[in-house]
Design a protein around this ligand. Structure first.
Ligand SMILES: [Zn+2]
Ligand SMILES: [Zn+2]
Length: 346
């Protein structure tokens, strides 16, 4: 009974009972805690009542693109890997935009991702399809008590900001406000532009559909990106490069490149490996919103497939430094220079 209460409280305060969450390392899915995630999927069925319009479908597509960009550029490249720098205000706005994806807060998301880089495809990896199967790596791992808590010890660098801790703890606030805004926008359009054929309920349902597609588009990087595609670098894990996943995720499909060198803001390592999110980040840098965009050093690009670059071998030390950076630990000045010597890489 008490566990049920805690699960419901965590719908609203995801840090409730944080200490208990750490010791509760079950791989069993806590269905009650995951009711909001299930309900979001069920809301999509309401499309049979609200119908569709070009306005609603266009908004859903736009919300997908904008929020996928927020996830790859901010939650992943900024909060997980610090691959560029920005101001505290922009940092908050980036976290705010990422929160609209309903994939928990920036501290939870980035800290679990840093953990993934540290233990990629080893038994400790929370979402390894090679260790735990496709479904669990796609969407089971975050439904289990062992992964409900943010791994705060891995994200101390950002956990010191109270505004980020608030967004992370009360991660329901931004999605509820965003959902209300979409509904109100639909009502206003129905009233002042009836020719568009939309309504508050219709825009809301299509916003939820966009969110669910965004869920599973993002999750492919935890599941499929370690199964399908090619390996350029012998990273010692199952990470792969895939065009298909790149198109879905605006650049994240170059996952083997990324596991080889996690500190770079650019995930494509060849001119033909397009990385839409990086292109937008370069625009952001040009207008001064962000700076110190990290690139990929030449000696890293020169590491060919078949040459060990993993935890042992000639490049092992390099990869270890990247692992250290991935989890946000402190770097020596020499390490730091190795990350900055190609900033602004194109
Ligand atoms: Zn991975
Ligand atoms: Zn990463």
């Amino acid at each position: 009974m008490r566990d049920g209460m805690v699960a419901v409280v965590r719908w609203f305060d995801s840090w409730s009972g944080l200490e208990g969450m750490k010791s509760d390392a079950s791989r069993q899915i806590d269905w009650l805690r995951c009711v909001p995630f299930i309900v979001i999927h069920l809301v999509c069925l309401a499309v049979v009542w609200v119908g569709w319009s070009w306005t609603a479908v266009g908004m859903a597509a736009a919300l997908y693109v904008v929020r996928m960009f927020a996830l790859t550029a901010f939650y992943h490249r900024y909060f997980s890997h610090r691959s560029f720098r920005t101001s505290r205000v922009m940092q908050f706005l980036f976290a705010l935009l990422g929160s609209t994806a309903i994939q928990r807060g920036p501290l939870w998301w980035a800290s679990h991702h840093r953990h993934h880089h540290r233990f990629s495809d080893q038994p400790e990896d929370a979402h390894s399809p090679l260790q735990h199967g496709f479904i669990y790596s796609h969407m089971g791992w975050f439904m289990t008590p062992s992964n409900f808590a943010p791994r705060l010890q891995l994200i101390r660098d950002f956990a010191r900001y109270p505004e980020l801790r608030f967004l992370d703890r009360f991660d329901v606030v931004v999605p509820v406000l965003a959902g209300a805004a979409v509904w109100i926008a639909g009502d206003l359009l129905a009233r002042f532009a009836p020719g568009l054929g939309t309504s508050g309920a219709q825009l809301f349902v299509w916003g939820v559909i966009s969110t669910v597609v965004l869920f599973h588009g993002t999750f492919t990087i935890n599941s499929l990106a370690h199964i399908i595609g090619r390996q350029r670098y012998a990273t010692g894990d199952g990470s792969r490069n895939s065009w298909l996943l790149t198109l879905i995720t605006l650049g994240e499909g170059w996952h083997n490149n990324h596991h080889h060198y996690a500190a770079s803001a650019r995930l494509g390592h060849r001119w033909w490996e397009i990385d839409p999110a990086h292109a937008v980040l370069r625009l952001f840098a040009r207008v001064g919103l962000i700076w110190d965009l990290r690139g990929v050093p030449e000696h890293v690009l020169a590491t060919a497939a078949g040459q060990p670059c993993g935890r042992s071998g000639p490049g092992g030390a390099t990869t270890a430094r990247h692992d250290a950076f991935a989890r946000g630990s402190s770097l020596t000045p020499a390490d730091r220079s190795s990350f900055t010597d190609s900033s602004g890489g194109s």
